[in-house]
Design a protein around this ligand. Structure first.
Ligand code: P5A
Length: 445
C-alpha cells in the first residue's frame, strides 16, 4: 500500500477529549473517527487491526470446535419479553419501533436470539452439545461512554453460546471456553488473568472475567501473583484431553475484582508476599447460567429416557473492539503505538527519504514490490521531510521499518529498524532474500 494513496489522517496535537493513552494514540494515528459519543468509524489502518484481532479470535473459536453463525443486530422485542429481560435491561437498551409499530431493539447481547434458533432446530439430546458463536456489533447505551473504543456504545463482540444436556456437561463446555480464552489472549501477546466475577444482567452463578493488567483499567483487581506463572503450558492443552484439571488449577488461585473482594478472604487464601493489587481491563467474560433462558423460552430437548428437559446454557464474550485499545495500553512508548507482529496493520513499513531522487525511488519501488509480495507493507512515498516520516511510522506502530535513501550510505544499502527495540542495522540489497527469511509469515486479512 502506498501512503500517497491511503487515508491516514494523523494528528500532531493530543486530542483534548482523550483521557487515556490508547484513545489518544488511536485518534492521533488516524485509526478511528468519532461519529457521536461512544460511536466510531474505523478508518483503513484501524480496521486492519480490528480484523486481525477478529481473525485470531475466530481461529481459536474454530480450533475449540465452536461453529460460526451470524445473527442480526436488530432483534424483535418478543423474545426478550419471553425471557423477561425486555423490562430488566432498562435504559442501556436501544429500543426502536418499526413502521408497523412493532417493538425492536439493537442487540446488546444475543442469549434470547440464539435460544430461539436452538429451540427451532434441536430436539434431541443426541444433537448435543451445540457450541455456536458470532462476531457482531452490539449496542449498549452506556451511561458514561469513555476511553474511546474501550467503553463504547456501539462495539464489536465475539459472543458464543453453549447448549448441553446437564450441569456436568455444561461445565465441560465452560472449561473448553476457559482454555480457549487463555489461548486466544496469549496469541495476541496478552497475559489475561481469569477471575471469579459477578454475573450482572446476564445471570447465573458461575462466571469469570478475563482481565489484563493495566493502570488505566476500569476494574480494581486483587490476586495471587503466582497465577501469572500458570499460563506457560496453555498452548499444549489439547481439547480432546482433560480440561477440568487445568481449569481447576486456575480457579484455585484467589483472583477477584473489587465487587467480590474481601480482605480477610484475601489474607486467608494468599500469603502476604504473593498478594497483588492492580487495575485491569476486562477483555472477556464467560457465564454459566443453567436453565435460566431455556426454561422461560421453552428450549427443551428429549433426553435418552424420552422425557423433555430444559437445556443447560452458557455464554462467552470477548470485546474485540475493546482489545484494540487494550493492546495499545500494554504496548506503546512516547513515540506512539508498538504493534505486536500478529495484529500489526502492516508488518513492514518502507520509508523513502528521497522521493524526488529517481534512482532512490526506483530502488525503493523494487524493494516495496519485493517485500509487499510476501508481507503486508505500507510504503511512505510521500514528499514530506524525513522527521515527519520517521515520527509518523513510529506513531502508527509499524513493527519492522526499512529506510531507503539515507544519503550517508551507499546506494545498495538499506536500513532496517525494529520499532520495539529501536535497534537499527544496515542491509546490503543483494542480501535481502536472506534478511526477509527472518520474519515468519502471518496470514493477510
Ligand atoms: C457473554 C457473551 C456478555 O454480554 N453475553 C454474550 C455475555 N458479557 S459482557 O461481559 O457483558 O460483555 C462481553 C465483553 O464485551 C466487552 N464489552 C465492551 N466493549 C466495549 N465497549 C463496551 N461498552 C463493552 N461492554 C462490554 C468486554 O470485553 C466484555 O468482557
Amino acid at each position: 500500500m502506498k501512503l500517497s494513496k491511503y487515508l491516514l489522517p494523523v494528528l500532531k496535537e493530543t486530542p483534548s477529549e482523550a483521557e487515556i493513552i490508547s484513545h489518544t494514540l488511536m485518534l492521533r494515528s488516524g485509526m478511528i473517527s468519532q461519529s457521536s459519543s461512544g460511536i466510531y468509524s474505523w478508518l483503513p489502518i484501524g480496521l486492519r487491526v480490528l480484523k486481525k484481532i477478529e481473525n485470531i479470535v475466530r481461529d481459536e473459536q474454530n480450533n475449540a470446535g465452536v461453529n460460526e453463525i451470524l445473527m442480526p443486530t436488530i432483534q424483535p422485542a418478543d423474545i426478550w419479553n419471553e425471557s423477561g429481560r425486555y423490562e430488566d435491561y432498562g435504559k442501556e437498551m436501544l429500543r426502536i419501533n418499526d413502521r408497523h409499530d412493532r417493538q425492536m431493539l439493537y442487540g446488546p447481547t444475543n442469549e434470547e436470539q440464539v435460544t430461539d434458533i436452538f429451540r427451532r432446530s434441536i430436539k434431541s439430546y443426541k444433537e448435543l452439545p451445540q457450541l455456536l458463536y458470532h462476531i457482531q456489533w452490539k449496542f449498549r447505551d452506556e451511561l458514561r461512554p469513555r476511553f474511546g473504543v474501550m467503553r463504547g456504545r456501539e462495539f464489536l463482540m465475539k459472543d458464543a453460546y453453549s447448549f448441553d444436556i446437564d450441569e456436568m456437561k455444561s461445565e465441560d463446555s465452560y472449561n473448553r471456553f476457559f482454555i480457549c480464552y487463555l489461548k486466544t489472549f496469549a496469541r495476541m501477546g496478552l497475559k489475561a488473568i481469569p477471575m471469579a466475577a459477578d454475573t450482572g444482567p446476564i445471570g447465573g452463578d458461575l462466571s469469570h472475567e478475563f482481565v489484563i493488567l493495566s493502570k488505566t483499567g476500569e476494574s480494581d483487581i486483587y490476586f495471587d501473583q503466582r497465577i501469572l506463572q500458570e499460563d506457560e503450558s496453555i498452548n499444549e492443552i489439547d481439547y480432546e484431553g482433560d480440561l477440568k484439571k487445568p481449569v481447576e488449577k486456575f480457579k484455585s488461585y484467589y483472583s477477584v475484582s473489587d465487587d467480590k473482594y474481601n480482605e480477610s478472604e484475601f489474607n486467608k487464601n494468599v500469603d502476604k508476599q504473593n498478594q497483588m493489587q492492580s487495575r485491569g481491563i476486562e477483555v472477556g467474560h464467560i457465564f454459566s447460567f443453567g436453565t435460566k433462558y431455556s426454561t422461560s423460552m421453552k428450549a427443551n430437548v428429549l433426553d435418552f429416557d424420552g422425557k423433555e428437559k430444559s437445556v443447560y446454557m452458557g455464554s462467552y464474550g470477548i470485546g474485540i473492539s475493546r482489545l484494540v485499545g487494550a493492546i495499545i495500553e500494554t504496548s506503546h512508548d512516547e513515540k506512539g503505538i508498538i504493534w505486536p507482529d500478529v495484529v500489526a496493520p502492516f508488518l513492514f513499513g518502507i520509508i523513502n527519504l528521497s522521493p524526488k531522487d529517481e534512482i532512490v525511488s526506483s530502488n525503493a519501488e523494487k524493494i516495496y514490490n519485493y517485500i509487499s509480495d510476501k508481507y503486508e507493507t505500507i510504503y511512505d512515498d510521500k514528499k514530506d521531510n524525513a522527521g515527519v516520516k520517521f515520527s509518523r511510522m513510529d506513531l502508527i506502530g509499524i513493527p519492522h521499518q526499512i529506510i531507503i535513501g539515507n544519503k550517508s550510505k551507499s546506494d545498495n544499502e538499506i536500513e532496517y529498524k525494529n520499532r520495539r527495540t529501536g535497534n537499527s542495522e544496515f542491509i546490503n540489497i543483494d542480501k535481502i532474500d536472506e534478511f526477509i527469511k527472518r520474519f515468519p509469515s502471518y496470514s493477510a486479512i
